[in-house]
Design a protein around this ligand. Structure first.
Ligand code: GLY
Length: 383
């Protein structure tokens, strides 16, 4: 994109953690005027539904078929989180729950033990801190774990943040910022000369999660979907997720613990138990049988949770792509940028996404890592 002689005015479509963090980077850090549009309440989609794990190792160090540089992208964003969390909390005057305590990964069967040893091998090759733990060592670190655990890992790379507090802090800072305007409704996008335009703005960032491709654009009185301006957006799919929170009574874990598809995250006097991954499903409300099955998986990992009462259950929709990595950067339509498809890593990848998009929207050529996540990329394999 051409360099602007003065700062551009930018429209952000989507007020989830990706759109909000991009707005923070552009407006608060770089002084750009932004307008944030959303048809839904800000920050109440996947960003609210998430558990807040920032987990490069568990999510991407051994994930066959995913984008070959996803782990690198996750690590790059993990490195930005401490500074981002500290700065955001200071500006907002409220905590965001960033906690550097390493997560624990536990194996209850041989398959999971094998997966954890592959994760450890990747971390070893990359020189990243982690500790391989026997069953006894693991239970010393987290006594709430099932006595049948076979062993596991302590992952220094994998930490956590309170995602709901983070979203609230972003909304507080952005809501009070003179360069930021929120619009509760769709952006009146128009197409002219093969480009997508929005009056009063120089560039557009589409960051509406799984709904990014279906954002509407008016052309000759008709409404078309954004996917017509970059057909790659058609690859953004949806992965429903359901989860619950139980009361953190005696016997509850104090550390983030993961095993296979189940994770337990202590948060605000509760323990979050997550999560299902349900491809091609937009789930509006949690389903009782699914939540009960998930609760039992959580209890298997930490039996002391058996009697803990369920405080809340909910559902959300993750946006995915065939290689489980986001689309980042300018689309094939000049002036139209995208940041969507973060799959299970939206909270983790928010700071690096915001930085890469802000760099590119303000005229810098994308670096090698950013370019690898362009909508022009080919998908090697489907995981
Ligand atoms: N990041 C965990 C999940 O998507 O369930």
């Amino acid at each position: 994109m051409a360099l602007f002689s003065s700062l551009p005015r930018i429209a952000i479509l989507g007020a989830g953690i990706i759109g909000l963090t991009a707005a923070y980077e552009l407006a608060v850090r770089r002084g750009v005027r932004v307008t944030i549009y959303d048809v839904r309440p800000p920050g109440r989609g996947a960003s609210w539904a998430a558990a807040g794990m920032l987990a490069p190792a568990f999510e991407a160090a051994d994930a066959p078929g995913v984008h070959p540089r996803l782990f690198e992208l996750c690590l790059a964003s993990g490195a930005l989180w401490p500074g981002f969390a500290q700065e955001l909390a200071a500006r907002a005057g409220r905590p965001v729950g960033f906690d550097r305590t390493p997560s624990l990964a536990a194996a209850l069967d041989e398959d999971e033990l094998g997966r954890l040893s592959r994760i450890a091998a990747t971390l070893r090759r990359a020189g990243l801190a982690h500790t391989e733990l026997s069953a006894a060592q693991l239970r010393r670190r987290e006594p709430a774990l099932n006595a049948d655990v076979l062993g596991g890992l302590e992952l220094e790379t994998d930490v956590r943040v309170h995602n709901r507090e983070t979203v609230s802090a972003l909304l507080a800072v952005l809501g009070a910022h003179p360069k930021v305007r929120f619009v509760d409704g769709p952006a009146p996008l128009k197409s002219a000369g093969g480009r997508v335009r929005l009056e009063g703005h120089d560039a557009i960032l589409a960051a509406a999660g799984w709904e990014t491709a279906i954002i509407k654009v008016e052309e000759d009185g008709q409404r078309f979907s954004l996917v017509n301006w970059d057909t790659a957006l058609d690859d953004i799919d949806c992965h429903g997720g359901q989860m619950l929170a139980v009361r953190a009574d005696e016997g509850a874990p104090e550390r983030v613990v993961r095993s296979g598809r189940v994770y337990l995250v202590p948060r605000s006097e509760q323990v979050v138990i997550g999560a299902t991954v349900e491809p091609d499903r937009v789930i509006d409300a949690p389903e009782a049988d699914v939540i009960e099955a998930l609760r039992l998986e959580g209890v298997r990992l930490c039996p002391g949770l058996a009697a803990a009462s369920v405080v809340e259950s909910w559902a959300g929709v993750r946006p995915g792509t065939p290689d489980h990595a986001p689309f980042l950067g300018e689309t094939i339509t000049p002036g139209l940028f995208v940041a969507a498809g973060h799959y299970r890593n939206g909270i983790l990848l928010a700071p690096v996404t915001a930085k890469m998009l802000a760099d590119e929207m303000l005229g810098e050529a994308p670096d090698g890592l950013a370019a690898a996540f362009s909508t022009r990329r080919a998908f090697a394999a489907t995981p």
